[in-house]
Design a binder for this molecule. Structure first.
Ligand SMILES: O=C(CO)COP(=O)(O)O
Length: 251
């Protein structure tokens, strides 16, 4: 079936020097681990030193955001061409922190997703409802709009390289995890949307991660669910011990 995929979203943590030292320890800690895809997603300034430190390991490199244009007068932005040149494999797009704090819309995220595919980068496309939306009973409606708008114009061939991260906003950094059954229900719903968009064969290849307070203690019950194929890990990805335990817990 689908190989588990664990990605660490470091957010705005770790300087380039700290990041390189961290991955050297992580490589050692994960050296005998097989049967799972692992990626780390450091902040932009750490991408190059981390790429160098990862050389020869089977840990992949991801970024946390990007602009959709190749280049231009966009002060402070980073382009897909730059990420490709560094050797980045994955790019997190549509994270709820980008949506909430930086005003990213579904339309903008869609442009970024299409640009990522154009540049051979594999998007980790984040969707998820807020607490208020969950309490109003509109979780699926919200996620459906995010998925359909985010993936508009994406081809089935491109979708083979897509990862979706279901991250309920109320579970991020709060210590509250969705119950495995609740997370599974939304991940199954997302897969059915993918079936409608791309057909069953492609939809069955797309990995759907759960994100939101994933820890060594809860990874096993989450990954046991049929439509949860991995995790996008924030806080617990910042320590070698907890990230290693999550990676090992996923296989
Ligand atoms: O936002 C997340 C990953 O992208 C989840 O963060 P936490 O694991 O810290 O809750």
């Amino acid at each position: 079936m689908r190989k588990p995929f664990i990605a660490g979203n470091w957010k705005m943590y770790k300087t380039p020097v700290e990041a390189a030292g961290f991955v050297r320890e992580l490589i050692d800690s994960l050296k005998d681990v097989n049967g799972v895809d692992v990626a780390v997603c450091p902040p932009f300034p750490a991408l190059w030193p981390v790429k160098e430190a990862l050389e020869g390991s089977n840990i992949a490199l991801g970024a946390q955001n990007m602009h959709f244009e190749k280049e231009g007068a966009f002060t402070g932005e980073v382009s897909p061409a730059m990420l490709q040149d560094i050797g980045v494999k994955y790019v997190i797009l549509g994270h709820s922190e980008r949506r909430a704090y930086f005003g990213e819309t579904d339309e903008l995220i869609n442009q970024k997703i299409k640009a990522a595919f154009t540049w051979g980068l594999n998007p980790i496309f984040c969707v998820g409802e807020t607490l208020e939306e969950r309490e109003r009973g509109i979780t699926k409606a919200v996620v459906e709009i995010q998925v359909l708008k985010g993936l508009a114009g994406v081809t089935a061939e491109q979708a083979e390289n897509l990862t979706i991260a279901y991250e309920p906003v109320w579970a991020i950094g709060t210590g509250k995890t969705a119950t495995p059954d609740d997370a599974q229900e939304v991940c199954r719903f997302i897969r059915e949307l993918l079936v409608k968009l791309f057909g069953r064969e492609i939809a069955d290849k797309v990995r759907i991660q759960y994100g939101g307070s994933v820890k060594p203690e809860n990874i096993k019950e989450l990954i046991a669910k049929p439509d949860i194929d991995g995790a996008l890990v924030g806080g617990a990805s910042l320590k070698v011990e907890s990230f290693t335990a999550i990676v090992k817990g996923s296989i």
